[in-house]
Design a protein around this ligand. Structure first.
Ligand code: CUA
Length: 425
């Protein structure tokens, strides 16, 4: 265990602070323990009943104000010092550190997700540069978890519906365990992550680097994503099943669902199950899988599906693959268009409401229209709404969107709709 009293540098200043406090309390307590127990043993021997001695009456002592005063005042002072020292360390740990980088950490059954200021996110891996304080904003998507970094001596609950904060002072580069320290269900013991503290130069280089390493095949990328996303905590490849179905023989099989119907475990089913795991639950398994909508892009999901297919040894149907690629390419293009055309200024892709309705989950949804009536946000509706936004305005939103009719090609229009489809819930 690396602590302030072992040789070498402590992992964080909080390590030193907490260890010093702990050592202080231990030494003082040990001193009084030895004093009291020592005197007890000494008196027990000194004043024992000796062999052959005449029995004598025990002296009748009714109290000693001075002695009683001393054993009240001294322990009170001792615990007051404990309190003051402990409070100072606590206050220091809780005080906001100037210049700290905000990182959101979300606990979910049974993984940790980290979201960085620049929009990146990672699962079960928190990377920070050494020497710069970090403000962790903790929350939970389901039950109470506890974010625990033993090497830093820090622990903080992650509470659903509430933010808690924790300041890290990563002083020394290295890899440290992050554990969940609150029993949160059957996967609790597998809920662990790594804190990777990098030298500032290496961190900057890592930040520059693209997420997907070049030269990897789609399936290899999918495999890396599966590991990174914490899937193996619940899904084994083969052999004994963990919490969810094994990945090994998954693809193309007919699976029986909890509601009695059955479905083919094809691409669409897997995609849906990654984004909306509760939609079609395989019979006999608990409904516990979190959605990966926020953390895995449609691209990532494609890679994961490719990996799952490679596991089952089944060759991909060429035609289906080609079609999927075409769809993918269109969606990619559509995504870029929504940026260059400025759509994202008014429409979010994360469900939050800006000037107009969010793109997330828009496709296929029933919307109430201004002036009564309803419409389904299908291809035709989206096409019309991009071309002539004033035709059918969604209730509650201002009638401010410009017409794109004649400004974008038919191909671009289809690409945008293909992209919106990928944002379907
Ligand atoms: Cu999360 Cu235990």
């Amino acid at each position: 265990m690396a602590n302030a009293y072992a040789l070498g540098e402590a992992a964080s200043r909080t390590t030193t602070q907490v260890d010093s406090l702990f050592l202080f309390i231990t030494v003082v307590s040990l001193f009084f323990f030895l004093l009291v127990e020592g005197l007890l043993i000494y008196f027990a021997i000194k004043y024992r009943r000796k062999k052959g001695a005449e029995p004598s009456a025990t002296p009748d002592i009714r109290g000693n104000l001075l002695l009683e005063g001393i054993w009240i005042v001294i322990p009170t002072l001792v615990v007051a010092v404990f309190f003051y020292y402990g409070y100072r360390v606590f206050r220091d740990i809780r005080t906001p550190s100037p210049g700290a980088a905000d990182i959101h950490a979300v606990g979910r059954q049974w993984l940790f997700e980290f979201r960085y200021p620049d929009g990146r996110s990672s699962i079960n891996e928190l990377r920070v540069p050494a020497g710069r304080p970090v403000k962790l904003i903790l929350s939970s998507d389901d039950v109470i978890h506890s974010f625990y970094i033993p090497a830093y001596r820090l622990k903080q609950d992650m509470v659903p519906g509430q933010y808690t904060t924790l300041y890290l002072h990563p002083d020394k580069a290295g890899t440290y365990d992050i554990l969940c320290a609150e029993y949160c269900g059957v996967g609790h013991s597998t809920m662990r992550a790594e804190l990777i503290v990098m030298e500032p130069g290496a961190y900057a280089a890592w930040q520059e680097k693209k997420e997907a390493p070049a030269g990897l095949s789609l399936a290899e990328r999918g495999k890396a994503l599966v590991g990174k996303s914490g899937c193996p905590a619940c899904h084994a490849l083969e052999g004994k099943e963990k919490i969810g179905p094994n990945f090994g023989q998954q693809f193309g099989r007919k699976v029986l669902l909890a509601d009695g119907t059955s479905v083919t475990a094809d691409e669409e089913y897997l995609r849906e199950s990654i984004y909306d795991p509760k939609a079609k639950v395989v019979k006999g398994y608990p409904v516990v899988m979190p959605t990966f909508k926020e953390s895995l892009s449609p691209d990532d999901v494609g890679a994961i599906i490719a990996y799952l297919k490679s596991l089952s040894g089944e060759k991909e149907q060429e035609k289906g693959e080609r079609e999927e690629k075409k769809e993918d390419a269109a969606a990619q293009k559509g995504k870029k268009l929504t940026e260059t055309l400025g759509c994202l200024g008014c429409h979010s892709v994360d469900g939050s409401v800006r000037v107009g309705p969010s793109f997330q989950g828009l496709f296929g949804r029933q919307v109430d229209l201004e002036g009564g009536g309803k419409a389904t946000a299908d291809e035709a509706y989206l096409r019309e709404s991009i071309n002539q936004p004033k035709a059918k305005v969604v209730k509650g939103f201002p009638n401010v969107m410009p017409e794109f009719k004649g400004k974008i090609s038919e191909e671009d229009l289809s690409a945008i709709i293909a992209y919106l489809k990928t944002l379907k819930r």
